[in-house]
Design a protein around this ligand. Structure first.
Ligand code: PMV
Length: 326
């Protein structure tokens, strides 16, 4: 029997960042992270079982993926095959609606969609917790993209492979917006995996980060629960600045900021400090600046970021649903 399934997952933005692993083999984060799932930043993935294949085939955005990317996909498929007791290999086609691997979290939506589509294609029952575990082994932020709205992935414990994300609040909890200031269309040079490995091994600020991150995550949770943008925004900015500072202080230094990122951060500060707009910045392992604000301010924020030198375009996102099987 040939199975086939398609899943759609959204990217997510971590307000409290995951950066650093407590277990590199099992891919377990050293710190808790809290995210918002983003509509309309989608990955659509189809998994088709094909008895004629001698190994898995992975096509990303219309082209055959690199051997490294294919290995990560094949590793996830192998786990699903073991659970399903089915040795058939599969063809995987995946499409992103936004730039791949440039700090826009395409691996998060990609592995969440893959885990869900693969389980369905191999005939396993829908189980979001299990899909989150599978996705987390491939890319920890992907564990969060299985769920909609506001999602937490707790810190892991060395040797415990059962870690999954879980939803904190549904997508209707709070109509917050995220404006992404796209600074480059190219692929980034230091992957988050490599960047956080160098931070852990060499940054003098790594231990302070691991010690501090749970309190930042608690403030993010509190801001979300009270719908208090000032509390949420302050914690969100502390999380990304601490993460980038510890990465920058590693050897060799890891710098994700580009001139356009600095200009966009200055715009966010100007909007807030001079114009009194409730807007807060965050950044991931890439140069794009992401601005969090209320629905009433989103047009103004998007225009100001769009007019910022070095910003190529902006994308507006709203809280999105969890993974869907089509
Ligand atoms: O899951 P990874 O390996 O792509 O790492 C994600 C790291 C950040 O995006 C910087 C933070 C996060 O929690 O998403």
């Amino acid at each position: 029997m040939t199975g086939r399934a398609t899943a759609i997952a959204r990217a997510n933005i971590a307000l409290a960042k995951y950066w650093g692993k407590v277990d590199e083999v099992l891919n377990l984060p050293a710190v808790p992270s809290v995210s918002m799932t983003l509509e309309p930043m989608r990955t659509t993935t189809t998994v088709t079982l094909d008895p004629a294949l001698a190994s898995d085939v992975f096509e990303l955005d219309g082209a055959l993926a690199s051997p490294k990317e294919t290995t990560r996909v094949a590793t996830l498929l192998a786990e699903v095959r073991a659970e399903a007791h089915d040795r058939t290999h599969a063809r995987v086609t995946s499409r992103n609606s936004f730039p791949t691997a440039s700090g826009l979290a395409s691996s998060a939506s990609g592995f969440a969609a893959l885990a869900t589509a693969a389980r369905a294609a191999y005939g396993l029952p829908r189980d979001d917790r299990r899909a989150s575990v599978l996705a987390r082994r491939a890319s920890a932020s992907a564990a969060r993209s299985v769920f909609g709205g506001w999602v937490e992935l707790p810190a892991g414990t060395l040797g415990d492979d059962s870690l999954a994300a879980y939803p904190l609040f549904g997508l209707d909890h709070w109509d917050l917006r995220l404006v992404i200031a796209v600074v480059t269309e190219g692929r980034k040079d230091v992957s988050s995996r490599d960047g956080m490995g160098v931070s852990r091994r060499t940054s003098p600020y790594y231990d302070a980060w691991v010690e501090r991150a749970p309190r930042i995550a608690a403030s993010v949770r509190e801001g979300l629960s009270k719908k208090d943008l000032a509390t949420l925004g302050a914690a969100t900015e502390q999380s990304f600045t601490a993460m980038h500072a510890l990465a920058f202080a590693s050897t060799p230094f890891t710098l994700y900021l580009q001139p356009g990122s600095l200009a966009a951060l200055a715009t966010v500060r100007r909007l807030r400090d001079i114009e009194g707009v409730g807007v807060y910045a965050t950044m991931d392992a890439g140069p794009h600046v992401k601005a969090l604000c209320g629905a009433d301010e989103v047009e103004h924020v998007a225009r100001a970021l769009g007019d910022t030198p070095g910003v190529l375009r902006t994308i507006e996102a709203v809280p999105g649903p969890g993974v869907e099987l089509t």
